[in-house]
Design a protein around this ligand. Structure first.
Ligand code: ADP
Length: 407
């Protein structure tokens, strides 16, 4: 990045120097005209060659000139780095130009202490005057726009607060619905089972088939409700963020899935090192468990699942990737699958509710992390999560023992 900045500064300076050189080549007398001193006397003579007076002026003008150049360079750097995010960024450039020309008038003050190049000093002042006047004129029409911007920021802050409150209400509603619907659902399941047991002999085959459908549908509804409840809990529970061992979180998640791993005879490859991260133990285990269980599940029939977990560090963050040899995900669905109830397959092809990845995304958000999915060239999918490294500055200086994140 620094090399790009230096290259761009050097390139612009060279263009400027070439432009100035061209002007002097076309008008060779210009240099002479600008540098002529006529019968003028240098400022030092006015100061009666008093060394204290001379150095007082020279040092002050130098400091002012250098500071102006630094300020305008910083403004130009800001605009170059964030022109899209800075409103009216051209105004910053105008300020930069105005300030840098002011700086040059002070450099000229230093020069004229010993050399009476007042023509050149005058023209530098003229350029500064033009830049100042242009900036002042451009500033006036900006005032109402700045007020409009302030108002729209206030409005969007109010909207954000309204949205957060509505979101909170919605989460509370989802929690209550998913929690309270479980009791009547259990009653339906209980009565369907009792009906089947008590009247088994009297039931026609058709009636038995209907009962089996009721039982299947209520089981599906139960798993949907329980996943919804889990999703609501991830949003609402107060959590602590602290250093967590990735190794042990992966171990816990793998143990939870041991039955599936045994059944599918999956090959699990954990590549060390697995550094500690800043997270919440419960949420991180749940995230890993969801990703691993999908990696085991979405594999074509007859293929032995191979799941590889590895971690890479960069810029104070740890990226944990879970790569499988499964059916893969078409690029156009890679964002969609993180939505609630979003599935790419029928229940018959691959069982599930479509909430697992929504839980992963919500949990990562709550842990100040990120989640995404890539397609390895060898096929399958590669889900990754990113969290601050435990001893990195990405999470303060690592000395903070824990952080509480409110729902
Ligand atoms: P569920 O697993 O209950 O279907 P998820 O939210 O975990 O729900 O996943 C959403 C959808 O994303 C899945 O239905 C599947 O289509 C797709 N998906 C998730 N993980 C994988 C994976 N490892 N390989 C292929 N497809 C996947």
């Amino acid at each position: 990045m620094h090399r790009v900045l230096v290259n761009s500064v050097v390139r612009n300076c060279l263009i400027l120097a070439a432009g100035v050189g061209l002007i002097f080549m076309l008008f060779p007398n210009l240099i002479h005209a600008l540098l002529r001193s006529d019968q003028f006397m240098p400022h030092a003579t006015c100061y009666l060659r008093n060394p204290q007076m001379i150095w007082l002026h020279v040092s002050s003008d130098l400091v002012i000139g250098i500071s102006y150049v630094c300020i305008s360079t910083t403004l130009a750097f800001l605009v170059w780095k964030a022109s899209r995010d800075i409103p009216f960024h051209w105004m910053f450039l105008a300020f930069g130009l105005f300030i840098v020309t002011c700086g040059f008038t002070h450099f000229m003050e230093v020069w004229t202490v010993w050399q009476p190049v007042y023509w050149l000093a005058g023209y530098v002042k003229l350029i500064c005057g033009i830049a100042s006047a242009a900036t002042a004129l451009a500033l006036f029409p900006l005032v109402p726009k700045v007020f409009a911007l302030i108002n729209s920021v206030r409005l969007s802050e109010r909207r954000k607060a309204d949205l957060e409150s509505a979101n909170h209400d919605l989460e509370a509603f989802a929690y209550t619905v998913s929690h309270d619907l479980r009791a009547p659902l259990r009653a339906i399941q209980g009565y369907a089972t009792a009906f089947d047991l008590d009247f088994e002999k009297d039931l026609q085959p058709e009636a038995k088939k209907y009962l089996a459908r009721i039982s299947e549908a209520s089981k599906r509804m139960e798993s949907l409700l329980s996943d919804m409840l889990q999703y609501s809990r991830v949003s609402r529970t107060e959590i602590q963020l602290s250093p967590v061992s990735l190794q042990s979180a992966i171990g816990d998640a793998t143990r939870e899935l041991q039955a599936d791993i045994n059944q599918s005879q999956a090959e699990m490859v954990l590549e060390p090192p697995l550094p500690d991260v800043i997270a919440n133990t419960m949420l991180l285990t749940q995230v890993l468990s969801n990703l691993l269980s999908n990696a085991l599940k979405f594999v074509p029939n007859g293929i032995r699942p191979r799941v590889q977990v590895r971690a890479r560090e960069h810029d104070g963050f740890v990226r944990v990737s879970v790569t499988d040899n499964g059916i893969g995900i078409p690029p156009e669905y890679r964002e969609k699958i993180f939505g609630v109830f979003q599935r790419l397959h029928t229940e018959e092809e691959y069982p599930g509710t479509g909430i697992g990845l929504a839980i992963v995304q919500k949990a990562m958000l709550r842990m100040n992390g990120r989640v995404g999915v890539d397609s390895p060239s060898a096929g399958g999918s590669c889900f990754w999560i990113e969290l601050p490294k435990a001893d990195s500055t990405a999470y303060g200086d690592g000395s903070e023992p824990s952080e509480t994140v409110n729902p």
